[in-house]
Design a protein around this ligand. Sequence first.
Ligand code: SAM
Ligand code: SF4
Ligand code: SF4
Length: 347
Amino acid sequence: MTDSHDHMSDDNFIDSLGRPLRDLRISVTDRCNFRCQYCMPKEIFGPEFKFLRRQDIMSFEEITRIASLATSLGVKKFRLTGGEPLLRADLHKLIRQLHRIPDIEIALTTNGTLLKNHAQLLAESGLDRVTVSLDSLDDQIFRQMNDVDFPVRDVLEGIEVADRFGLGPIKVNAVVRKDVNDHTLLDLATYFRGTPHIVRFIEFMDVGNSNGWVMDEVIPSSKVLDLIGNIFPLEQLPSNYSGEVANRFRYKDGKGEIGLISSITAPFCENCTRARLSADGKFFTCLFASGGTDLLQEIRSGATDEHLTQILRSIWLSRGDRYSEIRTEYMRSLPEDKKIEMSYIGG
Ligand code: SAM
Ligand code: SF4
Ligand code: SF4
């Protein structure tokens, strides 16, 4: 880090609950070539669905400008996401621009379908890491979960190619769904055991579904831990850094590591250092925030860097989000037969 940059960045900047801003998740498109039922169910994201219009999506220059200003408030890591980020044309050009910002890690979360073709260019442009979502190795179950009949094989190939071009160790994210893929988790763990890649099992969150969140559909991480630990003994590892969402476990025989992300049973709002930027340039301070601040509109009406930074500062200063913790407290205090409604939690 150069002196001048050091001077500009404000590492001690915290929100109303004492949390610094460290990570910026940048959505580069709202489109996807999958229709995972837990994320973009076909019934809603069908042919009639109105995705964002091209002119309402941030350009790479606009993204880079906001991202760069966010680093002056303490952001150290960008994660490109979506939708499916590799559907955005020339994504490597964005990475090249972001890579010019000093001392920043750039990561990508992808469904892996296009990784095989893009990994080399992404790596050469300055991408540091990839996370690949892969819910099951069972081809039939995987095809059913992505709901577009996409085969597992291509995703596995994508992981291999990404690793070859230095984008590993790769985090493999699996959302655990009761009675859908829960009987295939051990296979997934076994496949990556003995490699540097880390499978992370994520508790299913009912986002964007009008039926309300149903605890019965969640397999708690503790169960996944037993399931895998009973076959391959595991021991807990300390976090890599404060704010890490996954609980880390290593195989006692030294054959690698897995992660458990317990968004439902053990929320981690307390250490949540993330902000999110939607593809149309709205800034959100929580995954479940009901609204965001339209930075793109500010940019397009001529806002200066100072003004934009001021907006970011005041948003973060007043941030008090702890949605998952509140949800958990609320669920615990409810009689068992009552289910929470999405209208309460804001979707
Ligand atoms: N399309 C890319 C992908 O799938 O990796 C990036 C965007 S996707 C929204 C980012 C992550 O969110 C994926 O790992 C996905 O599994 C996870 N996700 C989506 N809906 C979820 C849900 N209801 N509960 C838990 N995780 C979810
Ligand atoms: Fe959602 Fe990612 Fe699945 Fe697409 S691939 S539907 S963005 S989880
Ligand atoms: Fe962070 Fe909001 Fe998730 Fe809590 S619910 S961990 S504050 S994004």
